[in-house]
Design a protein around this ligand. Structure first.
Ligand code: ZN
Length: 444
């Protein structure tokens, strides 16, 4: 494949990316969310070593002891243009070795796959980023615009000690940046025999809530029409049964119109057609179906201290995922169901974000994908979860999910995220490294 990367030896970069993916998986960076994440410092030191090895001077930042972030700024061909942030996270979610068929931290390369926790989330991209910027240094080419290459800690626990901390405390590191690329987008899914690459252009908001319902405390033997446990159970059941309306955000609308074209079905927003178009997305439907509306799940209950004591209050936790811009509406629905006896505490809130699809940056993604895979169709989608892009939005940086991976049609990619036997095809890492290099050389 010829690329605009100045004759860069992308075969060697692609091979490096596979090796770095495996090496990074072997550094256990499990983030339990209890501030005892292991391995982030060791992984960051590994990244720093690979960057220093080719002459770079990365910036190493610990938000608190062992919570390590790494930054590298690379000058682009056109210094008048705004900078592009290219970011990954170094932490992973826990893996129970008893559930896996391989050691989740072995980084094994077997059956054409790189295996282990972080294979797709997201040490593959970390490795591709490192391989691409090393290739720039070794083969003497530069990106189209200034790059801020960032490796964050703590993404798997809301970014408190990673992207959120860096944005709040070291905004200087992002100076001049207007756009970013990061995780959970750019992968292919096969629709009607064509490979559709889904670029993530929007993310749902997230709200973790504590619902507290009050009642009248008393003896368990007495009639009690103001029982907090009963009130809470009723509210939880009503919220779980609440029918959130379908609402087609621009990214989802564009995606499903594109799918309609691919499957040769007239587009219509009637529910049966929408369901059929979502189903046509194969494994990617797991990400797309929840993007049709706000979702709410009760995730915990707590009340009482003894079987014969009616408590004065009862609590529930909820995970609410509103569509971008609908956070306040979702809170209003919850407050309405709780009524006067209850109130809501927001334990954590992440904003929904949306970026436009019809921009030069996405055109550059599509062009780079098209050069590597002439069969590529590029469509946007709305991630029903969150990434570090939410933190970057506080600096006015528009985030896109773009980890270009060409995947076999029968590979259940979306099940890999936080899943058992997480793995990624070696060929997808090699493909992704070439496309990422091409994209960085031409980034719109
Ligand atoms: Zn991730």
């Amino acid at each position: 494949m010829s690329t605009p990367c100045g004759g860069a030896d992308l075969a060697s970069a692609a091979a490096e990316a596979v090796r770095f993916t495996s090496d990074l998986i072997r550094i256990d960076t499990t983030n339990t969310g209890d501030d005892d994440s292991r391995g982030e410092r060791e992984a960051a030191e590994y990244v720093v070593g690979l960057l220093e090895d080719v002459g770079y001077e990365p910036v190493y930042v610990e938000s608190r002891p062992r919570r390590a972030n790494v930054f590298l700024r690379i000058a682009g061909a056109d210094p008048s243009r705004s900078a592009l942030v290219v970011h990954g996270h170094l932490d992973v979610v826990p893996a129970d070795p008893h559930e896996w068929t391989v050691d989740p931290f072995s980084g094994a390369i077997e059956d054409g796959m790189a295996w282990g926790r972080g294979a797709v989330d997201m040490k593959d991209m970390d490795a591709m980023m490192i391989a691409c910027v090393r290739d720039m240094a070794v083969n003497g080419w530069c990106p189209a615009r200034d790059l801020v290459v960032a490796f964050f800690a703590d993404e798997e626990s809301s970014g408190t000690w990673g992207s959120e901390w860096c944005v709040r405390n070291r905004p200087d590191l992002f100076a001049g940046a207007t756009e970013a690329i990061g995780e959970v987008g750019g992968f292919s899914t096969t629709v009607a025999g064509r490979r559709a690459y889904l670029v993530q252009t929007a993310e749902k908001g997230l709200m973790w809530l504590r619902l507290i319902m009050r009642g009248t405390a008393g003896h368990g033997s007495a009639a009690n029409s103001d029982n907090a446990v009963t009130h809470l159970a009723d509210a939880v059941a009503r919220l779980a049964a609440h029918r959130w309306p379908r609402d087609m955000m621009p990214a989802v609308d564009t995606l499903l119109r594109g799918v309609a074209d691919l499957v040769g079905r007239p587009y219509s927003d009637d529910p049966a057609t929408i369901d059929a178009l979502v189903d046509a997305l194969g494994p990617a439907r797991r990400f797309v179906a929840p993007s049709l509306g706000t979702a709410l799940n009760p995730t915990g209950l707590q009340a009482g201290c003894k079987a014969n004591v009616v408590p004065s209050h009862a609590e529930a936790t909820m995970d609410v995922r509103p569509l971008p811009g609908q956070e306040d509406h979702a809170l209003a629905v919850v407050a309405d169901v709780l009524g006067e006896r209850g109130h809501v505490e927001i334990l954590h809130r992440g904003i929904g974000v949306e970026a436009p699809f019809d921009v030069p940056l996405v055109d550059a993604m599509a062009a780079a994908l098209g050069r590597a895979d002439p069969d590529a169709v590029v469509l946007p989608y709305l991630l029903p979860a969150g990434t570090d892009a939410k933190s970057l939005a506080a600096l006015g940086i528009r985030g896109y999910g773009f980890v270009p991976l060409r995947l076999p049609a029968d590979f259940d990619f979306t099940a890999m995220f936080h899943g058992v036997d997480e793995r990624v095809p070696v060929g997808a890492i090699e493909f992704g490294t070439r496309v990422l290099a091409d994209f960085l050389a031409t980034a719109g």
